[in-house]
Design a protein around this ligand. Structure first.
Ligand code: FES
Length: 111
């Protein structure tokens, strides 16, 4: 069964301002790309910097510590320090609440 947890309100997130949340000990970043929300693992797999504190541009987030770059929509590692892809989480908006499901986190699969 999917468990949804409210992590903030829709007004708190825009294309330039992600938010950080924690669900059952998992740190999750909520980002907006082209008007859509995306929830991804917030801890950089390289050396544990928080990506929600990174630099967001054109659907990509750059880690603030060593500049690894990830695709926000897919979690794919694009360039920079070698590391695995990010987990992505189901996300929805109910009324104005942002809700993330923590029981279906999945690692991005190769096509
Ligand atoms: S901690 Fe993110 S690239 Fe090193």
């Amino acid at each position: 069964m999917t468990t949804w947890t409210t992590v903030g309100t829709r007004e708190q997130v825009d294309a330039d301002n992600p938010i950080a949340a924690e669900i059952a000990g998992a740190k999750i970043g909520v980002f907006e790309v082209d008007g859509e929300l995306h929830a991804i693992e917030d801890v950089c797999p390289h050396a544990h910097a928080l990506l929600s504190s990174g630099f967001v541009d054109g659907g990509e987030v750059e880690c603030p510590l060593h500049n690894a770059v990830f695709d926000i929509c897919s979690g794919r590692h694009l360039r920079g320090e070698p590391c695995r892809d990010l987990k992505i989480y189901p996300i929805r908006v109910v009324d104005r609440d942002i809700q993330v499901a923590d029981d279906q986190a999945e690692e991005r699969k190769e096509p």
